[in-house]
Design a protein around this ligand. Structure first.
Ligand code: FAD
Length: 426
């Protein structure tokens, strides 16, 4: 009997399974389910694949996440930018008050001189930023930070990803923020949610109680003509439909006799990878006061090889044992090499984020190969060619990497529900 095959047991695959009313099987190549929503438990610390803080607008998704994660804390974001030894509340472009006078003046002048009429998200990111926020804000934050995050030429990347991710105060608000403290909160994650216990993995564990996953089984080859999937354990699985949540490029590679145009489109898709160093620190004195209550910090300066750090133990007190604190440190790369990532602890000590006398109790490394999909001029056209071909052949490719997009847990759940519903009514 042919069934739906779900490839991948991350949040997308597990959500699709939960809502699917027809017979299905889930293949997961790793020994553990969860994908990027996995957590790691070491020496009393709970680490995620770098901070996985859940932002949700939709009520029904919130109920779903709350139910399966075992309960959520609602947390008001405390994020900032670390520049020249000082902290500026996030977002930079709405908090110029905290900058020194020279930089502040440059940022204000920049926004007053910007050419607003020319703004379009399909412009190269760097020019979009200058047109949107002015040259000063681009010079001191947008350019150096995004260069580090995306590890690509910002003239070759568009701003098409920026949508909800980059707050866009108007010129008046930006200028006003230079002369008085801005009380307004901005952005999609000004309030976020986090499982009360067990890290992001608790959401996955809740869903795993409702389904069975074939762990350690990779989908290797797909024969669309005979409707068979060949798996790494030797199984031949007959399918009716496929919901794939693996990276789109890998899915294309698995399909036998894939058209040249689809192969060519797939070869144009690019992504930056991320290396996350999780660190647990023991200290009777607690976390250094400069980081007290901070959830995460953006580091645009090139003297730091990482682009962002976050403090798990400030988000959830159960993330670290009593008398300890814990971080994640994120490095990005275009070629899988992460310069100086082995010096994470020493760099944090030099910045004053860890006291030299504090004791490192745990270090855990997570590599994320396709972490940030690059929105260059090829992405949309390539995606459309591949997606059209897959849909014609009964394959729904969803999730952050299945849809080759910059998405997050809430969107992944919504898209997985939609993919399941299409199959339910077919
Ligand atoms: C650095 C970083 C920070 C993030 N922070 C947040 C955040 O704070 N909040 C938020 O909401 N989102 C965040 N995200 C996004 C979030 O991680 C993703 O949106 C979400 O985890 C994607 O889930 P998924 O199931 O679509 O994909 P994945 O988690 O990648 O799951 C895909 C699964 O498929 C499996 N698989 C792959 N190939 C095969 C195969 N051939 N056969 C069988 N199995 C296979 C993989 O092992 C994996 O388990 C972040 C992402 C990154 C990179």
């Amino acid at each position: 009997m042919r069934k739906t095959v779900i490839i991948g047991a991350g949040i997308s695959g597990l959500s699709a399974a939960y809502f699917l009313k027809k017979d299905y099987v889930i293949l997961e190549k790793n020994a553990r389910a969860g994908g990027l929503c996995r957590s790691f438990y070491e020496d009393g610390f709970t680490f995620d694949c770098s901070g996985h803080f859940i932002h949700i607008k939709d009520k029904s998704v919130k109920m779903f996440v709350n139910k399966f994660s075992g309960g959520l804390d609602e947390i008001e974001r405390n994020a900032s930018i670390y520049l020249r030894g000082g902290f500026i509340p996030y977002p930079f472009q709405a908090n110029l008050y905290y900058l020194d006078e020279k930089i502040k003046e440059e940022c204000v002048r920049g926004v007053l001189n910007r050419k607003e009429t020319q703004v379009s998200t399909s412009m190269p990111f760097i020019y979009w930023s200058q047109a949107m926020f002015g040259k000063g804000i681009t010079k001191y934050f947008m350019k150096p930070y995004n260069q580090k995050l995306w590890s690509c030429d910002l003239k070759k990347m568009t701003a098409l990803w920026s949508g909800a991710f980059v707050p866009k105060p108007d010129a008046q608000e930006i200028v006003k923020s230079a002369y008085s403290k801005n009380k307004k909160s901005y952005g999609y994650n000004s309030v976020f949610y986090y499982p009360k216990r067990g890290g992001c993995q608790s959401l996955i564990d809740g869903l795993l109680k409702k389904t069975e996953v074939c762990l350690g089984v990779k989908a290797r080859q797909i024969d669309l003509k005979r409707k068979n999937i060949y798996a790494s354990d030797g199984q031949k699985i007959s399918f009716d439909k496929i919901i794939s949540t693996q990276p789109l490029t890998e899915l294309v590679n698995q399909i036998q006799n894939v058209p040249e145009a689809v192969k060519a489109a797939s070869s144009k898709l690019k992504a930056a990878s991320v290396h996350c160093v999780n660190i647990g620190v023991k200290s009777d004195a607690g976390i250094p006061s400069v980081l007290k209550n901070r959830h995460w910090v953006y580091l645009p300066e090139t003297k730091f090889p990482f682009y962002r750090i976050g403090v798990y133990s400030n988000v959830n007190k159960f993330s670290a044992p009593k008398g300890s604190y814990s971080f994640y440190v994120e490095y990005s790369s275009s070629n899988g090499k992460y310069k100086n990532s082995e010096n994470a602890v020493e760099d944090l000590i030099k910045a004053g984020f860890i006291r030299r006398e504090d004791k490192i109790e745990a270090v855990n490394i997570v590599d994320m190969p396709n972490a940030y999909v690059i929105f260059d001029n090829n992405r949309q056209a390539s995606f459309d060619i591949i997606d059209g071909y897959l849909k014609k052949n009964g394959i729904s490719s969803v999730g952050r990497y299945g849809a080759w997009e910059y998405s997050f847990i809430e969107k992944n759940i919504k898209d997985a529900i939609q993919a399941a519903e299409i199959i339910n009514i077919s």
